[in-house]
Design a binder for this molecule. Sequence first.
Ligand code: BT5
Length: 240
Amino acid sequence: MRQIFTLDSVDSTNAQAKRYALAGMGECMVIAREQTAGRGRLSRGWASARDEGLWASLLLRPRQVRAQQAGGAVFVAALSLCEALAPFGKARIKWPNDVVMGGKKLCGMLAEAGFHGQMCDWIVLGFGVNLLQAEFDKALPHATSLLLQTGARLAPEKLAALFLERFEPWYERWQQDGLAPVLEGVRPLSATLGQSVRIEGREGVALDLREDGALVWQVDGKTEAVLAGDVSVRGLDGYV
Ligand code: BT5
């Protein structure tokens, strides 16, 4: 069983899990009732009001995962989350790091990693799932919650348990067999594949996910692949 630390308040569960990683701790999950400095990618912020969502980070120490493969953990977590939410509503995966519902952002993920030479030493996989918000600040027009989408009132700790039930077997599978079987689960849940998208100012059509998690897309009459990294992907008609 994975050890779970539930904190009342913390700056960021990712920052806390990284502190645990650097202190040499083993695999665990950090959950906070509130974050005072929740982080998105590229120094963006993450709104994490008290008790309104699952604000959590997994500290992973995968066996035999090469540095370039660390980003695969995001797919493992996104797939597990969609499966955990399936009894409540249809959650889908917006490449590279969001889980969406009803065309809006239900969850964002933030992966950070440390390496030992070519190998992955630790991964901190943070995710924020909006659950109980009845409304969002006007500054977050693309945000939604499970309550707003489905009317369901799912408590953060309950979702944490449902998520881990799905995550542990997928995580094991990923370590054993690589990302390919995980991507087989992700493709039918993708909100991005088949869509017209804008990536870094260029417009094209998302075609497939490559075995390393890159997005294959048709752009300027050519097929290209874009690695997850910090790119932003927008649908031409909206957020997804
Ligand atoms: C993300 O970044 O989507 C990654 C968010 C990861 C948050 C989790 S919470 C637990 C763990 N601890 C942390 O400190 N972080 C992780 P990005 O793709 O950069 O999106 C950030 C943008 O989403 C912001 O600039 C806002 O526009 C928007 N945003 C902020 N809070 C939001 C929310 N609660 N719901 C939906 N969108 C939000």
